[in-house]
Each structure stands twice: as structure tokens, then as C-alpha cells.
Design a protein around this ligand. Structure first.
Ligand code: NAP
Length: 248
């Protein structure tokens, strides 16, 4: 028996990058995992197949989580498939970087909806189920940019800082029903999202990072698995960085 046997999880944006690593890790710990994706059905199917090949249980479910109606349908589908929802990982995210003078209104709206409203949407629907269960784990993937800000990312940093406020508020609101709510703040992890940025500034990232390496999606997944498990049952409302010490 592994740490999350008999638990069920939904990971938003789990077709690629960090979300895919989180889905694989939770499944390896024994959870049944719903792999949400937006546009990339083939990549989501690959994650599901890899989990199944390792003896785990997973299902891919399409939804644009920035839309409340779609997020609601997604969580209904998870409940129908698995019968309960113990772990929600709000991971779906995007960037539209630019200096504020050049940033378009739609770049602000898109990033706030994809990163922040999506987390509120899914938490709102999942909370109802978790409250009835008297058990739940909500884990929000924020960013070091949400903690310390970043030039050229006013939209992204604001969305990620918003996730921290959401995390702390929900920790207070849902704690009495045995639901913990925490945020994980990764540093730079090479994925489709960061490919261009990391190529431009890798040297300065490493110079700022005491552990002298970039993060891996698996580093983030390990922390999420810990927060999802019983050993973290008295931890709530926290923002935990997994950034090699970059932001101290
Ligand atoms: P990624 O490789 O670009 O993957 C993004 C994922 O989000 C994809 O699975 C994508 O689905 C999904 N997605 C995007 N919009 C969605 C929507 N509206 N509804 C549902 N799913 C949606 O990104 P990543 O680097 O793994 O980032 C994952 C999370 O970690 C994000 O929240 C990001 O802000 C955060 N983060 C990343 C880093 C980093 O260095 N990589 C650092 C700090 C924080 P499709 O494949 O279907 O498009």
C-alpha cells in the first residue's frame, strides 16, 4: 500500500510539463488521477497511458478550467468516474509576457482567467464535495513571481499573487471541515511555458540559485505528493517554494 491508496485526484493542466509530472507522481503513490487538459488530447492520453502502464488508474478529461461551467462539468465527471474527490491540484497556467506599456488588455484578461479564476472555479466546485467528505487537499501551483514579482510579467505575477490570497482565505474557510489548502511556488522549471525565457536568462537564474541548477517538474511533484498525503495533515495556508533557494 502506498501513501495515497484509495485517494482520488484531479490535476488541472496535466497534459504537459509540471502538471503531467504531478499526475504521474500522485498515481505512483496510489491515487486514481484525472488528467485534465485544454487542447492537447494526444499529450493527455500519453500521460494516462504511462500511468496505466505503471499499474495506476487515470482518465483524461477535457475542459477549459477558466470557464466556471466547464470546470463544474469537469469535477462532475471526476466524481462520476471515481466516486469522490480528495485532492485538487490547480496547476493549469499560461503566460503572455510583456512590459506594461506594451501589454494588451486581452493579455491581462487571458492570464488572470487561466491562472487565477480557474483555481477559484475548481476550488468552488470541489469544496462542496470535500466538505461533505470531511476530507480534502487543495494545492495551488503559484510561482516565485507571485511572491516577489517580475518585470515583464505584471499579469502573471498578479495572477500568482492572487492564488496566494486565495490559498490563505480558503485555508481559513475550509479548515474546520478538514480540508487543507496550500500553495507551491516553483522557481524556473524547463517546460513549454518557460523554454524561451530560460534560454535567454539561464545564466542569471543559476547565479541567483544557491543550489546551482534549474528545477525539474519532478521536484515540484514531490512536494505536491507530500502535501496531498497524511504527513501534511496539519499544514494549511502555507506557500512553500521549490526553487533551489532562489527567493530567500
Ligand atoms: P506548460 O508546460 O505550458 O503546461 C500548461 C498546462 O496547462 C497544459 O497541460 C495545458 O493544457 C494546461 N492549460 C492551459 N490553459 C488551460 C485551460 N484554460 N484549461 C485547462 N488546462 C489548461 O506549463 P508548466 O510550466 O508545466 O506550468 C504548470 C504550472 O506551473 C502553471 O500554473 C505555471 O504558472 C506554474 N509554474 C511554472 C513554472 C516553470 O518554470 N515552468 C514556474 C513557476 C510556476 P494543453 O496541453 O491541453 O494546452
Amino acid at each position: 500500500m502506498t501513501a495515497l491508496t484509495e485517494r482520488t485526484a484531479l490535476v488541472t493542466g496535466a497534459s504537459r510539463g509540471i502538471g503531467a509530472a504531478i499526475a504521474r507522481r500522485l498515481a505512483a503513490e496510489g491515487a486514481a488521477v484525472a488528467v485534465n487538459y485544454h487542447r492537447n488530447a494526444a499529450a493527455a492520453a500519453e500521460v494516462v497511458d504511462a500511468i496505466a502502464a505503471g499499474g495506476g488508474r487515470a482518465v483524461a478529461i477535457q475542459a477549459d478550467v477558466s470557464n466556471l461551467a466547464e470546470a463544474t462539468e469537469l469535477i462532475k465527471a471526476v466524481q462520476k468516474e471515481f466516486g469522490r474527490l480528495d485532492i485538487l491540484v490547480n496547476n493549469a497556467g499560461t503566460t503572455r509576457d510583456n512590459l506594461i506599456m506594451m501589454m494588451k488588455e486581452e493579455d491581462w484578461d487571458e492570464v488572470l482567467a487561466t491562472n487565477l479564476k480557474s483555481a477559484w472555479n475548481c476550488a468552488k466546485v470541489a469544496a462542496r464535495i470535500m466538505m461533505k467528505q470531511r476530507h480534502g487537499r487543495i494545492i495551488n501551483i503559484t510561482s516565485v513571481a507571485g511572491v516577489s514579482g517580475n518585470a515583464g510579467q505584471s499579469n502573471y505575477a498578479a495572477s500568482k499573487a492572487g492564488m496566494i490570497g486565495l490559498t490563505k482565505s480558503l485555508a481559513k474557510e475550509l479548515g474546520p471541515r478538514n480540508i487543507t489548502v496550500n500553495a507551491v511556488a516553483p522557481g524556473f522549471v524547463p517546460t513549454d511555458l518557460t523554454q524561451t525565457l530560460i534560454a535567454q536568462i539561464e545564466e542569471s537564474i543559476l547565479a541567483m540559485t544557491p543550489l546551482k541548477r534549474l528545477g525539474a517538474a519532478e521536484d515540484v511533484a514531490g512536494l505536491v505528493a507530500f502535501l496531498a498525503g497524511e504527513d501534511a495533515s496539519f499544514i494549511t495556508g502555507q506557500v512553500i517554494s521549490v526553487d533551489g533557494g532562489m527567493v530567500l
